[in-house]
Design a protein around this ligand. Structure first.
Ligand code: ASP
Ligand code: MG
Length: 429
C-alpha cells in the first residue's frame, strides 16, 4: 500500500513504480492513496461549496490541473487520449456533485464520502496508466467493486464475508498487477463509502487477508515505526520487529505510521506487515508479526497524543453501585464517542477517562443527561474536564518480565518536573 505522501509528485510516483517493477519474484497487488493533500483539498472544496462560497470553482480547477499535470508528466503522449478522456469524465462527475452540494447548501457525510472518493479514483487510475510503461500487466481496480460496507458514512464497517469472497473472485487467480484504490468502498445498495481517514492501509490489509498474501507492505516516507516521534526525540530509531499487539498500542496512542484498524485483518490471518521507506527501499523497515522476538530493549517505543480531554466523574453515588461505569461508557458509546484511556481508583469513588478534545463539550452534555437524577440528588458531583492534557504511552511486550521499568519512567518524569495526572496499565503490562 502506498500512502499519499509517497505519491505527492511525479518523481515520487516514479520511485514507487520502480519499487513495483523491481518486485518480480511474486505477484503483487498494489493499493494507493490519493495524491498527497488531495483528500484535504476535496473536503475543503466541499465545505466551501456548501457554504455558498463560489471560489470553490477555482480550487477545483487547481485540483484538476494538478492531476492532469501529474498524468502528463508520467504517461507517454501516444497513450494519453483515452486517459485524458477518462479523467475528464471523472472531473465532470466531481463538478456535478459539487454543483449539487452548492445548490442545496448542505454537505452530508454521504456526499462527503462521494467527494473524497475522487482522490483515490484519480490517483489509482493515473498510477495504473503510468505503471503500464514498466509493468505491462498493471490494471486499474476500483475498490468499490470489491469492498462491501454498511452505510456508516465517513468510517464504514466492512462486511468481511462478502468482501473476502468478492476479492478472491476478482483477484485470486488473476495474472495481472492490480492497482487498487485505497480508502473507498461501497454500501450494499451501491453508495460510495469510505473507511475513515488514513484508511488506505486498512484497504491493503483487507486485500492482503482476502488473498492470503505472504506479506502486507506499507511503503511510506519513514523507515518504519520509530521508537518515538523523530520530530520530538532526536535519537529515535526504527524498530526492526514488533508484535501486532505492540503495533496496535502504538498506533492507538498516536504513532502515525499505521492506521489502527489495519492490524486486525492481518492478525486474524497471521500475515506479517512490513513497513518500508520508498526513499530507501533497501532499508529493513519494521516487521510486524505475532512473535515476540527477544528484543534487546524491553520497551519497543514511546508515543504521545499532545492534546486530549481528561474527564473525572466523581461522587458518593459511584461507590459500590454496580452499573455506573456501564451506563457512563454505554451513553458515550451510543453517541459514538471513542474513549482513548480509562482509569478507575480502587476506592471506586471516581472514574477517569480521556477522549479527543473536539468531542468534550458534547460528552459533558451526554453524561449530564444520563446522570441527571443522580446529579440532582447529589450522588454525582460536577464533572471535571481538563482539556490541556497529553498522553504518553510506553509500549513493549517484554516489559512484563522486567521489574523497575515503571519506576524508572516515573522517576525520569519526576526529576524533570512533569506531573503525572493518571496512569493506566493493561494487565498484559
Ligand atoms: N486519502 C485518504 C486520507 O487522506 C486515505 C489515506 O490517505 O490513507 O485520509
Ligand atoms: Mg492521505
Amino acid at each position: 500500500m502506498v500512502p499519499g505522501s509517497s505519491v505527492a509528485t511525479p518523481e515520487r510516483i516514479l520511485q514507487v513504480i520502480d519499487v513495483v517493477a523491481a518486485q518480480t519474484r511474486h505477484p503483487v497487488a498494489i493499493v494507493v492513496s490519493a495524491f498527497g493533500g488531495v483528500t484535504d483539498s476535496l473536503i475543503a472544496v466541499g465545505q466551501k461549496a456548501s457554504q455558498g462560497d463560489g471560489t470553490y470553482v477555482q480550487d477545483l480547477a487547481q485540483i484538476k490541473e494538478r492531476h492532469f499535470s501529474i498524468a502528463h508528466a508520467l504517461i507517454p503522449s501516444a497513450t494519453l487520449p483515452p486517459i485524458d478522456a477518462h479523467l475528464e469524465k471523472e472531473f465532470k462527475e466531481l463538478t456535478d456533485a459539487l454543483q449539487g452540494i452548492a445548490l442545496i447548501k448542505e454537505l452530508t457525510k454521504r456526499s462527503l464520502d462521494l467527494l473524497m472518493s475522487f482522490g483515490e479514483r484519480l490517483s489509482a487510475y493515473i498510477i495504473a496508466a503510468a505503471m503500464q510503461v514498466k509493468v505491462k500487466n498493471a490494471v486499474f481496480v476500483d475498490a468499490r467493486t470489491l469492498i462491501v460496507t454498511d452505510r456508516h458514512f465517513g468510517a464504514a464497517h466492512v462486511n468481511y464475508e462478502q468482501t473476502y469472497a468478492r476479492i478472491a473472485g476478482a483477484l485470486g487467480e488473476n495474472q495481472s498487477t492490480p492497482i487498487i484504490t485505497g480508502f473507498i468502498a461501497s454500501s450494499t445498495n451501491g453508495e460510495t463509502t469510505t473507511l475513515g481517514r488514513g484508511g488506505s492501509d486498512f484497504t491493503a490489509a483487507i486485500i492482503g487477508a482476502a488473498l492470503n498474501a505472504e506479506e502486507i507492505e506499507i511503503w511510506t516516507d519513514v523507515s518504519g515505526v520509530m521508537t518515538a516521534d523523530p520530530r520530538k526525540v532526536k535519537d529515535a530509531f526504527p524498530i526492526a520487529r514488533m508484535t501486532y499487539k505492540e503495533a496496535m498500542e502504538m498506533s492507538h496512542f498516536g504513532a502515525k505510521v499505521i492506521h489502527p484498524p489495519t492490524i486486525a485483518p492481518a492478525l486474524q490471518r497471521n500475515i506479517p506487515i512490513r513497513i518500508k521507506n520508498t526513499f530507501t527501499p533497501d532499508a529493513e523497515g519494521t516487521l510486524i508479526t505475532s512473535e515476540s522476538c527477544d528484543h534487546m530493549h524491553p520497551i519497543s517505543g514511546l508515543t504521545s497524543i499532545d492534546q486530549v480531554s481528561l474527564f473525572r466523574v466523581e461522587g458518593a453515588g459511584i461507590l459500590g453501585v454496580y452499573g455506573m461505569a456501564s451506563r457512563l461508557f454505554g451513553a458515550l458509546a451510543r453517541k459514538e464517542i471513542s474513549i482513548i484511556l480509562i482509569s478507575q481508583g480502587s476506592s471506586e469513588h471516581s472514574i477517569c477517562f480521556a477522549i479527543a478534545p473536539q468531542s468534550s463539550d458534547y460528552a459533558v452534555e451526554i453524561i449530564e443527561e444520563e446522570f441527571a437524577l443522580e446529579m440532582q440528588a447529589g450522588l454525582i458531583d460536577e464533572i471535571t474536564v481538563d482539556k490541556e492534557v497529553s498522553i504518553i504511552a510506553v509500549v513493549g511486550e517484554n516489559m512484563c518480565r522486567i521489574p523497575g521499568i515503571a519506576g524508572k519512567l516515573f522517576g525520569a518524569l519526576g526529576t524533570n518536573g512533569i506531573n503525572i495526572i493518571t496512569i493506566a496499565q493493561g494487565s498484559s503490562e
